[in-house]
Design a protein around this ligand. Structure first.
Ligand SMILES: Cc1ncc(COP(=O)(O)O)c(C=O)c1O
Length: 492
């Protein structure tokens, strides 16, 4: 689609970038500031200005009439949000400056009251588990299913969601990832129709799904599928600044928009960064005008890399051929997950070797796979470098695969509500002595930040083995008070 065709396909004028325009005008005015921030367009912090650049500091400003206010937008921020809603096919859009974490939490907090049930796959991000603590909601976890050969969790199968809905007709919502970290998408249209028939909301974590809105070759987006809300990390694959994100509302939520906004404002800063906000505005315009062509290029790069890596032998760069019509309903072609177990190396190991020996940073490694994410900023030369490094790693390190632990799904044993456990009296004891205790905190490998253990869950042998193995293989563990993850807080 040409830029002119793209412009015509939207209702609003997507060539506009109201925040960019307003900030450019503000800069021209050479305003004298007797307000915050105290660096006063960079003059009060020379070192920082040298590092980040004068242009950057000159628009790191506070809310004012000409620049609107994120807490209660009525001017250029509101206009920029309306343009983003139009670009993403949503009824309403909120700009978020505390990451997709805040968007995920706003979805759950505006849907669940204390004690409400929410149906979700276990492989949700920590932001969703933490939202359970904040809302006192009760998770009904659905086994996300597992690809046994690759050892990765998938989306949820339609039948499992149907069963969870039938067994929990009082649940308020179904929460899902579109896609998962590995690029796996569930049958979102069918799940939306099941939930809708049962009177439940559908909340979608689309932290990794920005590009779905700008290409027909990619899986169905949440808004297209008719979901109620979606949390979209424009900063992950769209190109905006880290931490900037979007919360989208579908047409069914239009009446609830004011309430959702009040929920966002419970925790939102009153000093939203104009660097982040303008990056959302500029990125939205860029994607609306040129997104289709951009992601076509990204898909081509990823397809090329998949093909070349598979020709190296030993690795398995998997893709759409794994789709099974159910829990692996569709694949995000911009993702480049690579299975490494067949070479006797864990994904953690390849992740570390790529960084330490080749200066290549991929997104994450797990027991049997690593993930490279391709997006708007990739270049063929970098892809060639990754392929060459993988070839070299194979020559240097490949061995037999027998020592690998399969990345099994660990069925969580929720024995106490997450909030109750989080706020319970606790004791801090060595991990190895925690078997049979109830955890008050989460444990996860970061990235991807998906809990192995969450507040309210029983510590089992399986959980302990997984944590031990992940640590031995060099995964960065997070979530616990103890930075070394040697001790765990459990209910006293
Ligand atoms: C699936 C998923 N959801 C939510 C988030 C949170 O996003 P952010 O880091 O922008 O707060 C992440 C971040 O990695 C994620 O992977």
């Amino acid at each position: 689609m040409s830029e002119q065709e793209a412009i015509r396909s939207y209702q609003l004028d997507q060539t506009k970038a109201p925040l960019l325009t307003a900030l450019s005008e503000y800069r021209k005015k050479r305003m004298v500031s007797f307000d915050v921030p105290g660096h006063k367009q960079g003059r009060g912090n020379e070192e920082l200005t040298r590092f980040l650049g004068k242009d950057c500091l000159s628009v790191d400003v506070n809310s004012m009439k000409m620049l609107d206010n994120l807490i209660h937008p009525t001017g250029v921020i509101l206009e920029a949000e309306q343009l983003a809603a139009d670009a993403f096919g949503a009824a309403r859009c909120f700009f978020m400056v505390n990451g997709t974490t805040s968007a995920v939490q706003a979805m759950i907090m505006s849907t669940c009251l204390p004690g409400d049930k929410i149906i979700m796959p276990r492989n949700v991000h920590r932001s969703a588990v933490n939202a359970l603590v904040l809302t006192r909601a009760i998770p009904v976890y659905v086994n996300p299913s597992l690809d046994m050969e690759l050892g990765i969790p998938l989306g949820m199968s339609v039948n499992d969601v149907r069963r969870a809905i039938e067994e929990n007709p009082d649940a308020t919502a179904v929460f899902l990832n579109n896609p998962t970290y590995y690029g796996v998408c569930p049958d979102i249209k069918e799940i939306v129709s099941l939930a809708r028939a049962a009177g439940m909301r559908v909340l979608v974590d689309e932290a990794h799904g920005t590009h779905f809105y700008f290409s027909d070759e990619l899986p169905t987006s949440a808004m297209e599928a008719g979901a109620d809300m979606a949390a979209v990390s424009l900063h992950k694959t769209g190109g905006s600044l880290t931490q900037s994100s979007l919360l989208l509302l579908g047409p069914n939520m239009i009446e609830e928009g004011g309430y959702v906004h009040q929920i966002i404002n419970l925790t939102q800063t009153t000093s939203a960064s104009y660097l982040l906000l303008s990056s959302l505005d500029i990125t939205r315009r860029n994607l609306a005008l040129r997104g289709e062509e951009t992601y076509k290029r990204v898909i081509d790069y990823a397809d090329y890399a998949r093909c070349e890596i598979n020709q190296l032998g030993g690795y398995y760069a998997f893709g759409g051929e794994r789709c099974n019509g159910d829990a692996f309903y569709a694949f995000d072609l911009c993702k480049l997950p690579v299975h490494t177990r067949t070479m006797g190396l864990s994904g953690f190991e390849v992740y570390d070797i790529l960084r330490d020996d080749y200066d290549i940073q991929v997104e994450f490694g797990d027991m049997g796979n690593f993930l490279a994410i391709l997006s708007v900023g990739d270049r063929p030369v970098a892809i060639e470098r990754l392929i060459a490094a993988l070839s070299d790693i194979k020559t240097r390190f490949a061995s037999l695969p027998e020592t690998m632990l399969v990345n099994e799904y660990i069925e969580p044993q929720l024995v106490m509500a997450p909030t109750e456990a989080f706020y319970a009296k606790f004791e801090r004891i060595p991990l190895e002595k925690c078997k049979g205790k109830i955890s008050t905190e989460s444990v996860m490998c970061y990235p991807p930040g998906i809990p192995i253990l969450a507040p309210g869950e029983l510590v089992t042998d399986e959980v302990l083995t997984y944590i031990r193995e992940a640590k031995e293989r060099g995964s960065q563990m997070t979530g616990t008070e103890d930075p070394a993850v040697e001790y765990l807080c459990v209910v006293k």
